[in-house]
Design a protein around this ligand. Structure first.
Ligand code: UD1
Ligand code: MG
Length: 458
């Protein structure tokens, strides 16, 4: 049965104390509203209508092609929010599912079950039973059947003892919903148009009202404050960690593991504590990641070892680490770093937009930027490619089997021929020929008969 989806996202989120609209705050690296959009997409709604208000322009930018936005100005309550969507709903879609932009973890299955419970004929409410129901709308029943939702602020002391609450999500027959929201009044404690008042309207008309229980509390939790956002983040991260572990990923501590994007992994992958994975990360078989690594947009091939405190950020260009490579501790791989098999990158080495062929090594305190490095090259401690002349970037090409001594400056554009050796401490500004030793530094002299100055007597 065809369906409309309404996502309410006009609220201010006062308790976030933030200039960013609430639904744009991030959970696992993605805006709250993005989670909701992604979770309803598989339902292939005829229309997906997002109600915007606070920070409307930024919210609308996020929605883009994923839905139609309608503005609610001013915000006079949830019923008023749904009223704004009426012209945008598809009448041919019998069911309208209403979700919240700040309830990000609603399961697609639950949303589908709620729509099915409506079936274009009944009003279906998603409910949950809480230990502490303070602040929520209570489900008031008469025997088994639902009679009304009473908002906390309007509830009698007796109704406040009810623990079954409305989650803020429902599915209604589209034509009835349109009629009901147009008839809402704001004669209540908050002077708002409550969407929840349509329950009593349905009951009065003899339309069946059914309650569908949420699968768990997590999928219906909303974000109103930084503390709730952090709580939801931990819950989501723990769920993700459990799913990765069931697929064989070995985590030293699932509570200290964060994925803000998509992580793919092979067999026998081990990850130590406090690692963060962002964007798209792929880890081949037998990869080991040491403690405290942050890795974003990277492909790490089989058997590579990333030692502790390594930062890999591929940004748009990506980073590739070859099979059996050793990286870190304290290494930094930036966009366009492409390490071949068995490459070694040691402590305090930065690599950017540079290709290192099989077996090349830069083990200590070095910079390789805009460079092409051949096989088995040994790049000494403290050496750098001077790739930037203040206006443009230039490339450094280092042939196979080159040995660059310590503390060298390779002034690009420059080519070091195959098998060349560059003496330590050289500033190389002209191409160095293959197979020979090139040194560019002041010659060492020892002065015979020199004596140290002595202190003058006053
Ligand atoms: C609502 C329900 C309550 C339920 C609770 C669950 C009503 C009247 N009450 O209460 O029964 O237990 O959610 O969390 O619906 N919004 C708009 N425009 C508005 C007002 C709200 O877009 O004018 C959006 C908010 O941004 C939010 C959602 O609607 O995403 C819910 O609004 P909120 O003010 O949080 O409703 P509650 O008082 O929590
Ligand atoms: Mg709320």
């Amino acid at each position: 049965m065809a369906l409309n989806v309404v996502i309410m996202a006009a609220g201010k989120g006062t308790r976030m104390h933030s200039a960013t609209p609430k639904v744009l705050h991030k959970l696992a690296g993605r805006p709250l509203l993005q989670h909701v959009l992604d979770r309803v997409a598989p339902l292939a709604p005829a229309r997906c209508v997002v109600v915007t208000g606070h920070g409307a322009e930024r919210v609308e930018q996020l929605v883009g092609d994923a839905g139609t936005c309608v503005r609610q100005e001013p915000q006079l309550g949830t019923g008023h929010a749904v009223l704004q969507t009426v012209p945008a709903l598809d009448d041919a879609a019998d069911i309208t599912l209403i979700l919240n932009g700040d309830v990000p973890l609603i399961a697609t299955d639950t949303a589908a079950a709620l729509a099915a419970a409506c079936g274009g004929q009944r009003l279906a409410l998603l409910t949950v039973t809480l230990d502490d129901a303070t602040g929520y709308g209570r489900i008031v029943r008469d025997g088994e059947s639902v009679r009304a939702i009473v908002e906390h602020k309007d509830a009698t002391p007796e109704q406040r003892t009810l623990r079954e609450v409305y989650t803020g999500m429902m599915a209604a027959p589209t034509a009835m919903l349109k009629r009901w929201v147009a008839a809402l009044k704001n004669d209540n404690a908050q002077r708002e148009y409550y969407l929840t008042d349509i329950v009593a309207m349905a009951v009065a008309e003899g339309v069946a009202v059914v309650a569908t229980a949420a699968r768990d509390e997590t999928e219906v939790l909303g974000v109103n404050s930084p503390a709730q956002l952090a709580d939801l983040e931990r819950r989501l991260q723990r769920r993700q960690a459990d799913a990765y572990m069931s697929a064989g990923l070995r985590l030293a501590d699932p509570a200290r593991f964060d994925v803000r994007g998509a992580l793919r992994h092979g067999r026998d992958v081990e990850i130590d504590v406090n690692c963060v994975f962002e964007g798209e990360v792929e880890l081949g078989d037998d990869v080991r990641i040491g403690a405290n690594c942050v890795i974003r947009n990277a492909r790490i091939a089989a058997g590579a070892v990333i030692h502790p405190f390594t930062h890999i950020d591929g940004e748009a260009a990506g980073v590739q680490v070859g099979a059996g490579a050793l990286v870190g501790p304290f290494a930094r791989l930036r966009p366009g770093a492409v390490l071949g098999d068995e490459v070694h990158i040691g402590n305090f080495v930065e690599v950017k937009n540079a290709t290192l062929a099989k077996g090349a090594k830069a083990n200590h305190l070095a910079y390789l930027g805009d460079a092409t490095v051949g096989e088995r090259v040994n790049y000494g401690a403290g050496s750098i490619t001077a790739n930037y002349d203040g206006a443009n970037k230039h490339r450094t090409v280092i042939g196979n089997d080159v040995h660059v001594g310590s503390n060298c400056v390779l002034v690009a554009p420059i080519t070091i021929g195959e098998g060349a050796t560059i003496g330590g401490g050289s500033t190389i500004a002209k191409n160095a020929p293959a197979g020979q030793l090139t040194v560019a530094r002041a010659r060492q002299v020892t002065l015979a008969g020199w004596s140290r100055p002595t202190k003058k007597k006053p």
